[in-house]
Design a binder for this molecule. Structure first.
Ligand code: AGP
Length: 607
């Protein structure tokens, strides 16, 4: 779970003597392992947590798990308790004291207070406490007086249960569970899970997808309504979660893109029949054909993929597109109509702001179509339909293979709508479909320049700032390149539409300011050439991404990386690769933690 948060970690275990031991450490799980190496880490039940701080700085006091006042209970939590201050004040009046600054400690004190004062069992105390909570949570609670029971619950933040042989698991996503079982249950909002070591038998809870009843799992709502869970089979393999000989997951995932894009297109792009078949589109054709507007909502890199989709959908399908930052969209009181189609893009499928944005759009009757990479995640489960990107787990916090697969999925969708609406010529459709089929091989060509890019990346590790420029389909690529560099090398970088330079940023140009210009020979190429000349006229240093055999830019730029020719709408799939590699190599030379950059998390499940 470390890729989801890594500023501190902790574990709580109940050993055979009934002691509830908690060990915590600042930093990575490795620090915790070292700290606990000479401690009693035995037990048949336990909970553990890797933290991305929301309340209280990363340190061993604020790290999870947290004890209750009596140290009889322990809790781990992913999310934010928005009304924790009010709850805390009430508990302080009841004489409770607090060791940490966290909202989480307030929750375990509330659970204990409820259990003691209402004389109820742990699950009921958790249900009653959660009824008073405003905010998002995935929690797990232990009670040393009941070492055979674990209570977990969720609202907003993800939670999955693994059903193993004589054992059960809970986790924020399925990656740590696949090693032990492929049977999982995805927990819905406001559900409370009680896991106990009573195990499988004929009595107990009936489970969809399982012939035997299971006495060890009971699922209710926080209002104690019984639920019937459904077991899903995981399509994940352990090898997908390993580096496969690469020094970093990020580099592995960059080099996986020829295969992952082929996987994303398999069964969808049929080059022999010159056709694209997207089941999510076919099943909901009318919603797209009658859409007056398409709203794309996403965050970070997924938002950049959305911006590229705007260019493609407007070009091929002639439907107006608005690309929204989910965090702004959800609070902006947007006008959403029943005939709107809302496309949510999310690698993890758990980003809190995007989840809330589609909840809002759904309440207003819009049709929700999601592009997601994690099977069974909350966003696809909440959507009316969608398209999985099938690139396998993306472990590196900086998104790479998911981005290119999102662009492919959205381009396929734009082509399907355009063809069905007749807003694009058959000839143009065929050209792009055939070009799509050639993309994986063309990415292989770009990847073969890895060594060269690594060499001149060394030249730029000194830089404090970078500017990235692009036009049309490649303006979002400039934004994406800047984001990659920022998030893994901690160098400040800005992406701009190239023509915007003259309206301010050109003042930043100097020998010290490297400028990356995405300039494939298509669309407004000549305009980009003039922009590069304006930068060179002010002694700027230019790294240019150009089309193979480029003659003009290569003469004026300081460094040139060539990518193969392709259709304009597909150039982002090739031009982004050198930018992923450039950011990677600069970060490596600077000694940065490429896979787990400071202050970040792979999935932002809090707002
Ligand atoms: C990208 O490299 C970052 N990890 C981040 O910007 C990410 O794209 C954003 O948090 C959205 O995540 P999602 O696609 O899982 O919703």
């Amino acid at each position: 779970m470390e890729y989801r948060g890594y500023d501190s970690a902790g574990v709580a275990l109940i050993n055979a003597q009934g002691q509830l031991n908690i060990y915590k450490a600042k930093g990575k799980v490795a620090e915790l392992e070292a700290y606990a190496s000479d401690k009693d880490t035995t037990g048949t039940i336990g909970i553990a947590h890797t933290r991305w701080a929301t309340h209280g700085e990363p340190n061993t006091v604020n790290a999870h798990p947290h004890y209750s006042e009596s140290e009889r209970l322990a809790i781990i939590h992913n999310g934010i308790i928005e009304n924790y201050a009010v709850l805390k004040a009430g508990l302080q009046k009841e004489g409770y004291s607090f060791k940490s600054e966290t909202d989480t400690e307030v929750l375990i004190q509330l659970i204990e207070y409820t259990q003691v004062n209402k004389h109820v069992d742990l699950r009921t105390a958790v249900q009653l406490a959660l009824q008073q909570v405003i905010g998002a949570y995935a929690i797990a609670v232990l009670d040393k007086d009941h070492p055979d029971t674990l209570i977990a619950a969720r609202k907003g933040s993800p939670l999955v249960v693994g059903v193993g042989q004589e054992e059960y698991f809970i986790a924020s996503d399925a990656t740590p569970i696949v090693e032990y079982t492929d049977k999982v249950i995805y927990i819905e909002d406001e559900e409370v899970v009680k896991l106990s070591t009573k195990g499988q038998s004929t009595k107990g809870q009936s489970i969809k997808g399982q012939s035997t009843k299971d006495e060890g799992i009971e699922i209710t709502t926080i209002n104690n309504v019984q639920k019937t869970p459904e077991i899903k089979r995981l399509e994940l393999s352990l090898s997908q979660l390993e580096k496969g000989g690469y020094p970093h997951f990020m580099l592995k995932e960059i080099f996986e893109q020829p295969r992952t894009l082929a996987d994303s297109m398999r069964g969808r792009v049929n080059v022999r029949q010159d056709n694209i078949a997207l089941s999510g589109f076919i099943d909901n054709k009318e919603r797209f054909l009658n859409a007056k507007r398409i709203i794309i909502t996403a965050c970070g890199t997924s938002w950049h993929a959305g911006l590229i989709a705007m260019y493609a959908i407007e070009e091929f399908a002639q439907i107006p597109v608005e690309v929204e930052y989910s965090s702004e969209f959800r609070y902006r009181k947007p006008v959403i109509n029943r005939d709107d189609v809302v496309i949510a893009i999310s690698q993890s499928g758990e980003t809190a702001d995007t989840l809330a944005a589609i909840q809002l759009a759904k309440e207003k009757g819009a049709f929700i179509f999601s592009i997601c990479n994690v099977i069974g995640a909350s966003i696809p489960r909440l959507s009316n339909s969608g398209c999985y990107t099938h690139v396998g787990p993306e472990i590196g916090v900086a998104s790479t293979k998911a981005f290119t697969a999102q662009v492919v999925a959205l381009t396929m969708l734009a082509l399907c709508i355009g063809k069905e609406k007749g807003t694009m010529s058959e000839e143009q459709y065929l050209h792009v479909v055939r070009a799509l089929g050639q993309i994986p091989d063309k990415i292989e060509c770009v990847l073969s320049q890895n060594k060269r890019i690594a060499d001149f990346a060394k030249t730029f590790t000194y830089a404090q700032n970078f500017i990235y420029l692009g036009r049309g389909y490649n303006y979002p690529v400039a934004l994406e390149g800047a984001l990659k560099l920022k998030e893994i090398s901690y160098i400040h970088a800005e992406g701009y539409p190239a023509a915007e330079m003259k309206h301010g940023p050109i003042a930043l140009i100097s020998q010290e300011m490297p400028v990356v210009v995405v300039a494939p020979r298509c669309g407004t190429y000549e305009k980009v050439v003039s922009n590069i000349q304006e930068i060179k006229a002010r002694n700027g240093r230019v790294i240019a991404i150009v089309t193979e055999g480029d003659k003009m830019v290569s003469k004026i730029a300081d460094y040139v990386i060539e990518v193969p020719e392709t259709e304009e709408c597909l150039t982002p799939l090739l031009t982004v690769i050198p930018l992923q590699l450039l950011a990677y190599h600069i970060a490596v030379v600077k000694g940065c933690d490429v896979d787990q950059p400071r202050n970040l998390a792979k999935s932002v499940t809090v707002e």
